[in-house]
Each structure stands twice: as structure tokens, then as C-alpha cells.
Design a protein around this ligand. Structure first.
Ligand SMILES: NC(=O)c1ccc[n+]([C@@H]2O[C@H](COP(=O)([O-])OP(=O)(O)OC[C@H]3O[C@@H](n4cnc5c(N)ncnc54)[C@H](OP(=O)(O)O)[C@@H]3O)[C@@H](O)[C@H]2O)c1
Length: 259
């Protein structure tokens, strides 16, 4: 039976490659992103199977609205894949007063996952595409990098928060498989505001990296056969060993659940 999969950051990179592959095999995709032209192109290519919701997920008001709209129009979702991310060389604060990495890369994934949990069906899977297993320490008293901002560190810290988000979501919704997924270095849009030195480094990385289409088969395998465990972590097809993050996950949920 055809699946319905929601893909944030589905307008470019890994997300867009996944959306194209889903539509090619007859599945439906709901794409979330800001770029209207790229969204419209995917809708055209998708021949009735792809819909586009133009939204800036760095704002929690938009994220909540998107969750409501999708839940109202899609009573059963088989997959939710988080790919939206935006690198910031300099610290940026959203109109809602949140540091941008914290808002887009972590909090919107928490808010959208919770908002759609009720319509994720029996064999549904949530795939959080980030960088699981990184050992960046969490600055518990400075989750939004106010004291000292470094773009790479802020991104890695938000990545760690996503690991903890997976632990918390799996504890709250044990019937839904949650997968923390590392794609490895991949030539994508690398959306962001980069200083010249970082931009040059990214171009170097992209030149040596695999194409986004290489990440699609392991993602489709997870959507087609969700792992039995409520929480798992993969680097492409290789399963990663998880450390026990339950105390930190509960701590993070306590600190951020009112956001
Ligand atoms: N590429 C890699 O080497 C690599 C390595 C490790 C982990 N990852 C992870 O893989 C995931 C996908 O990365 P990628 O490299 O494929 O991404 P990408 O090509 O840079 O694309 C990022 C996506 O995020 C969307 N986006 C950015 N800001 C947004 C906002 N405010 N609201 C809504 N959507 C927004 C962009 O769409 P719009 O412009 O339309 O908003 C775009 O579709 C990310 O979570 C990243 O952490 C990637």
C-alpha cells in the first residue's frame, strides 16, 4: 500500500532526493520548507503525489500551525523525516527570541513530532536525520549559546539535543519507531549563512562527498521496515550502539517542554 511521508527540509539535499524517490515509486510526500520555487518544482515532478507546505520552521508558531494543518488533512502518516537545518556562522535569534540552531534544528523537531504523534499510524517511523553519537558536551546552563557563540559548536550541540529528543520521544510513544540517522558527509545544499573561510571548507567537503541519492536507499529501507526497538540509531545502514541518555533526555524535556 502507498505510504504518506512528511519530510521537513524536503526542498533540497537529502530531503528532496527522498521526496523524488518516494514519488517515483508511488508514495505520497508532504514537503515542508521555505523555498517556493523548489517546492513547486517537486510538486510538478511528483504528478499529484507531492504536496508542498511553505513554512519557516525556525518559528514555533509556524511549526505548530504546520502540525495542525497536516494532522487535519492526513489522518494517517507512515513516516516523518526531519531534514531541515540551516548553518549560522554568526549567532541569530528568531522573531520568537530563540537562538536559530536551537529553534530550527532541535525545538521544531520536538514540536512537530509531538504535534503529529497522534496521526502516526501503527507501523510508523520517525527518522531524525542529524549526527547521532557526537560527543559534544551540552552546556546545560546555556542551551542557546548566549555566552560564546561558535556556529559549528552550536550546530553540534543542537545535534546532541536531537539524540536526547529521540530518547524522550521513544519513552513517551513506545509504539512509534524513532530512528536517529546519520547520513555521513553528503553533497547537498548545505543551507546556511557562512563566512568565507567556512564556505570554502564546505565547497571542499562537497567536492569529495557522495551524492544525496546515495542516502535514499537506507532511508527507504527504514521507512519500509521500521526497526522493532522504539529507539535506534544508524549511520546509513550500520546500526550504532546507544549510550544511556535517559536522565539527560528527561532533563532536556523538562527544560524545553514549555517552549
Ligand atoms: N549533508 C551532510 O553532509 C550532512 C552530514 C551530517 C548530517 N546531515 C543532516 O542531514 C539533514 C539534511 O541535510 P542536507 O545537507 O540534505 O540539507 P540541505 O541540502 O542544506 O537542505 C536543508 C533543508 O532545510 C530547509 N530549511 C532550512 N531552513 C529552514 C527553515 N527555517 N524552515 C524550514 N525549512 C528550512 C531547506 O529548505 P528551504 O530553503 O526551502 O527552507 C532545505 O530543504 C540535516 O538535518 C543535517 O543535519 C547532513
Amino acid at each position: 500500500m502507498a505510504k504518506t511521508v512528511v519530510v521537513t527540509g524536503g526542498t533540497d539535499g537529502i530531503g528532496a532526493a527522498l521526496v523524488r524517490a518516494l514519488a517515483e515509486r508511488g508514495d505520497r510526500a508532504v514537503v515542508l520548507g521555505r523555498n517556493r520555487e523548489r517546492g513547486a518544482r517537486l510538486v510538478r515532478e511528483g504528478a499529484g503525489l507531492v504536496s508542498f507546505l511553505e513554512t519557516d520552521l525556525s518559528l514555533m508558531s509556524n511549526t505548530r500551525e504546520a502540525a495542525k494543518e497536516i494532522a487535519a488533512t492526513h489522518p494517517a502518516i507512515d513516516g516523518l523525516v526531519f531534514c531541515a537545518r540551516f548553518f549560522q556562522t554568526h549567532r541569530t535569534v528568531t522573531a520568537e527570541g530563540l537562538e536559530h540552531n536551537f529553534a530550527l534544528f532541535y525545538l521544531s523537531r520536538a514540536v512537530l513530532g509531538e504535534g503529529l504523534a497522534g496521526v502516526l499510524g501503527d507501523h510508523a517511523v520517525v527518522i531524525n536525520v542529524a549526527g547521532p553519537g557526537h560527543d559534544t558536551p551540552i552546556a546545560w546552563d546555556d542551551l542557546q549559546s548566549t555566552r560564546h557563540y561558535d556556529g559549528v559548536r552550536a550546530m553540534f550541540q543542537a545535534g546532541r539535543l536531537n539524540d536526547l529528543l529521540g530518547v524522550d520521544f521513544a519513552a513517551k510513544h513506545p509504539g512509534i519507531a524513532y530512528v536517529l540517522f546519520h547520513p555521513g558527509t553528503t553533497a547537498t545544499g548545505f543551507a546556511g549563512d557562512y563566512d568565507p573561510a567556512t564556505a570554502a571548507f564546505i565547497e571542499q567537503q562537497k567536492a569529495q562527498a557522495k551524492p544525496a541519492t546515495d542516502v535514499v536507499p537506507p532511508l527507504l529501507a527504514l521507512l519500509d521496515g521500521p526497526p522493532r526497538n522504539s529507539l535506534s540509531a544508524f549511520h546509513l545502514r550500520t546500526e550504532l550502539t546507544m549510550r544511556d541518555d535517559s536522565a539527560d533526555a528527561a532533563r532536556l524535556a523538562r527544560l524545553t517542554s514549555s517552549r
